[in-house]
Design a protein around this ligand. Structure first.
Ligand code: SAH
Ligand code: SF4
Length: 354
């Protein structure tokens, strides 16, 4: 396969590439129109480019497309799409319709290296990070050319397979393409990146100034419990994580979302609720309580509904905006923590990227 995927490039990189070929820089914008507005995969069809350039592009570049391997629809309307990547790996993307929103949940990695003990994606480890084009490709698939950009979905959350900040470059470059006016033109206000809390990467992410929303998978109120369920907490304990949240350059009037997977008798006690209120003091926040979706091989259980309600009520009474997120698409394994790559023989998997 030829080397460069045009959809991995930022506008300025494309312009530089064209310039080095003796072409005017403005052709980069013409190419982006084809790539993102018309979703054209074949340089031959880019009819406003000169024929010799089309031929050179054909020879030196390619435009990767994701292959749809399977499409499943849940009884509650949630849709899960399994995409095949060029190297044979696979990722899943979930579209979750609610009354006034349609949320697209994209993956950033094949598998995940973080190893949270309540998450199915963790079980196979990390296979590899996705390239920007492979993240953007998931979004493009749900955008029909010629339609208003927000018809198919209203919001994008980076909450599928993988840890977005462990694929820092892929995630940042993809967000730039998704939000750029020459790219997909989607407002960063409609995008949320969720992280397990890689603190140094979080600081670097803030410096990228992408103006997207931030979600933190907090999931516990003591270091002992958090380290047990999320081993990453050893490297980045709660106080360091929350300090980074306090310092995160949040756009005006926005709040950080804290996700809290509720595990029966592990982190769902009244003491946890009280500690959570103390921990989040002074942070512009909202809390999403996620009652655990039970997964095979996990020692944890879902709390009783009344435990979840009591926990939420305590937070509300103490001035925190707390929501319970009922899981969607459980019948097709599309709910939080239920995404995994298809298990295939080791020999077929690509080597780990470092
Ligand atoms: N890696 C990122 C984003 C993907 S996970 C992160 O961890 O933030 C998206 C959310 O699903 C996280 O908040 C995670 O805590 C939650 N989650 C994972 N497994 C779950 C499960 N079995 N039940 C409920 N929520 C789960
Ligand atoms: Fe990775 Fe997020 Fe799952 Fe943890 S919860 S293993 S960080 S995908």
């Amino acid at each position: 396969m030829s080397s460069i995927d045009l959809r991995d490039l930022q506008l300025q990189d494309m312009a530089a590439l064209l310039e080095s070929e003796g072409e005017p820089r403005f052709r980069a914008r013409q190419m982006c129109q084809w790539l993102y507005k018309h979703q054209v995969f074949d340089p031959e069809q880019m009819t406003n480019l000169p024929e010799p350039l089309r031929q050179r592009l054909q020879a030196t570049c390619h435009i990767g497309a994701l292959t749809v391997l399977r499409h499943q629809q849940s009884d509650d309307g949630t849709e899960k799409t399994l995409f095949g990547l060029a190297d044979g790996n696979q990722v899943e993307t979930v579209l979750i319709p609610a009354e006034e929103r349609r949320t697209l949940c994209v993956s950033t990695q094949v598998g995940c290296a973080i190893g949270c003990r309540f998450c199915l994606t963790a079980q196979g480890g990390l296979v590899r990070s996705l390239r920007p084009s492979e993240i953007v490709g998931q979004v493009l698939y749900f955008q029909t050319p010629g339609k208003a950009p927000d018809r198919a979905f209203t919001n994008i959350v980076f909450m599928g397979m993988g840890e977005p900040l462990d694929n820092f470059n892929g995630t940042v470059q993809a967000i730039r393409i998704i939000t750029a006016e020459w790219g997909l033109g989607i407002s960063p206000r409609r995008i949320t990146v969720s992280t397990s809390g890689l603190v140094r990467r979080l600081e670097a992410f803030g410096r990228e100034d992408l103006k997207v929303n931030l979600a933190i998978s907090l999931n516990a109120t003591t270091d002992a419990v958090r380290t047990e369920i999320m081993p990453i907490n050893k490297a980045f304990p709660i106080d360091k994580l929350l300090q980074a949240c306090r310092e995160f350059p949040l756009p005006a009037r926005r709040r950080i979302t804290f996700e809290y997977v509720m595990l029966r008798d592990v982190n769902d006690t009244p003491e946890d609720a009280a500690r959570l209120v103390r921990l989040l003091r002074g942070i512009r926040s909202k809390i999403n309580l996620l009652p655990f979706n039970e997964i095979p091989g996990s020692p944890y259980r879902r709390p009783l509904d009344e435990t979840v309600t009591r926990f939420q009520e305590y937070l509300l009474q103490h001035g925190l905006a707390a929501f319970v997120r009922q899981s969607r698409g459980r019948d097709i394994s599309a709910a939080c923590g239920q995404l995994r790559y298809e298990s295939r023989p080791e020999s077929e998997l690509t080597p780990l990227l470092t």
